[in-house]
Design a binder for this molecule. Structure first.
Ligand code: FES
Length: 135
């Protein structure tokens, strides 16, 4: 299986590039919606439904989750509270719960629903059975 095709960095306007969400899209300045480099980190079937696994994407430790509905989510690997292994957390359709002290984080934006600092969430998708994470 080959790595996903990555285009050269180029400016874009969100919503005007319907070609591929996996492409490297960068805009100048500190825009929070920057998309990073895409990395194939492993096979989807390495992550059982309802569970998470830790991977490395371009030198960044990430936790990838496959929910029971089949959707994929990716977050930073370590909990910002005290470094808990988020890949071992409990999941539902809206949040990830850290296994150490049970702080919860929304998939949508990484915000904590229990008062902790937010976590980073990364774009992730499946391509030919591979998990592709943008960091
Ligand atoms: S280490 Fe995650 S909630 Fe404390």
């Amino acid at each position: 299986m080959s790595a996903p095709h990555l285009e050269a960095a180029r400016p874009t306007t969100p919503g005007t590039d319907p070609g591929s969400p996996a492409t490297d899209v960068r805009t100048p300045g500190p825009a929070p919606a920057l998309r990073g480099e895409a990395y194939a980190v492993g096979r989807v079937d390495e992550v059982p439904p309802g569970e998470g696994r830790a991977f490395v994407a371009g030198g960044v430790q990430v936790a990838v989750f496959r929910l029971r509905d089949g959707s994929l989510h990716a977050t930073q690997a370590a909990c910002p509270h005290a470094g808990g292994p988020l890949a071992d957390g409990q999941t539902d359709v809206d949040v990830l719960v850290c296994p150490l002290h049970l702080y919860a984080y929304r998939w949508r934006d990484g915000a904590s629903t229990s008062g902790a600092a937010p976590i980073r969430v990364y774009p992730v998708h499946e391509s030919g059975g591979e998990i592709v994470v943008e960091v």
